[in-house]
Design a protein around this ligand. Sequence first.
Ligand SMILES: [Ca+2]
Length: 148
Amino acid sequence: MSLKMFNFKNSAALWALIYFTLLPPECTSKMFTRCQLAKELLRHDFPRSYLSNWVCLVENESGRSTSKVMQLSNQSVGYGLFQINSKNWCRKGRKGGICNIKCEDFLNDEISDDSRCAMQIFNRHGFQAWPGWMNKCRGRSLPDVSRC
Ligand SMILES: [Ca+2]
């Protein structure tokens, strides 16, 4: 019995691997390196003066992974690189929220929509909107991305 279970788990993992390997590129998620992230943010018009704050924020919110989904204690969900929250900013399954976007669109490796929404959040609340920034970046030494 336990051997059967083990085999089943293995083949499920194998199928998952095949599935994710064969997904078309536009659906794939991405784990950025620190410098890749810095460059990507610059490309999406994040100002260089706050770049190390944004990199710190993303590292602590999502570990630079575009596919991160976190269920939060208030029944809302955080999506993607910036962990944008379904409570106010996006809507599960269809366009909505303040950013007028489907939350799931924050899980692919195309981050123009994510960046636009993150900027909207920033313009309203500043970096304080992100607990990852409040707890791990505010008043601390920030990642050095000057050579990226
Ligand atoms: Ca996106």
